[in-house]
Design a protein around this ligand. Structure first.
Ligand code: SF4
Ligand code: SF4
Length: 185
């Protein structure tokens, strides 16, 4: 069970500073009204509510925030950011926490979500667009379920002409250059 540890002063809170630098969000302004949590479409699947993630950051509880499944289940829909009366970019905070978790080599609580991100981005990087067959194949192989959704979803879609077996390239190099530039920043 996840529990909060004793309070930690905001001054000298390395987590709070790191999140503010990365996202620009002033998490210290959160007064725990819960509007972010109330509007979050995936909160029922999370181990920490978005409001609790904000509190964990305020308290400098890096272990709690960075090991939570919440930061990986967040769909970046930005409902929380739009609802926050203190104009805190809660979605941006979730994004910053994901970056920080990866930078610290923390094993993501939701491995398949990370796999989905990687497979999706690899498709964009190579082709400039999503190649659905390749993405599904990558996910199936990565999750060790090579035939998942092949007969019940993939085949009917293919028969209706909704799936291209041959990948189409949308751009030649432009998108790849964006990836190189982003990595270099
Ligand atoms: S951005 Fe993430 S945390 Fe915010 S409402 Fe959407 S899913 Fe929930
Ligand atoms: S809506 Fe904003 S102020 Fe309210 S709990 Fe969420 S982050 Fe904090």
């Amino acid at each position: 069970m996840l529990t909060f540890k004793a309070d930690q002063p905001v001054a000298g809170n390395a987590l709070l500073r790191a999140i503010q630098e990365q996202s620009g969000a002033r998490v210290q302004d959160c007064y725990q009204c819960g509007k972010c949590t109330a509007g979050c479409p995936v909160s029922s699947f999370m181990d920490l509510m978005p409001r609790q993630v904000m509190r964990a950051v305020q308290l400098g509880q890096a272990d709690l925030a960075l090991h939570s499944s919440t930061i990986w289940l967040c769909a970046s829909c930005e409902t929380c950011s739009a609802r926050c009366p203190m104009e805190i970019d809660v979605a941006g905070v979730m994004d910053a926490l994901r970056h920080l978790a990866l930078a610290r080599g923390i094993q993501p609580a939701e491995k398949n979500v990370v796999l989905a991100h990687r497979v999706f981005l690899e498709s964009i990087k190579r082709l400039g667009r999503v190649y659905e067959v390749g993405v599904v194949a990558g996910l199936n192989l990565g999750t060790l379920h090579p035939f998942a959704n092949v007969v019940d979803v993939g085949l009917p879609m293919f028969l209706r002409g909704k799936l291209n077996i041959i990948p189409e390239r949308a751009t030649r190099g432009e998108v790849k250059r964006i990836f190189v530039n982003v990595k270099g920043t």
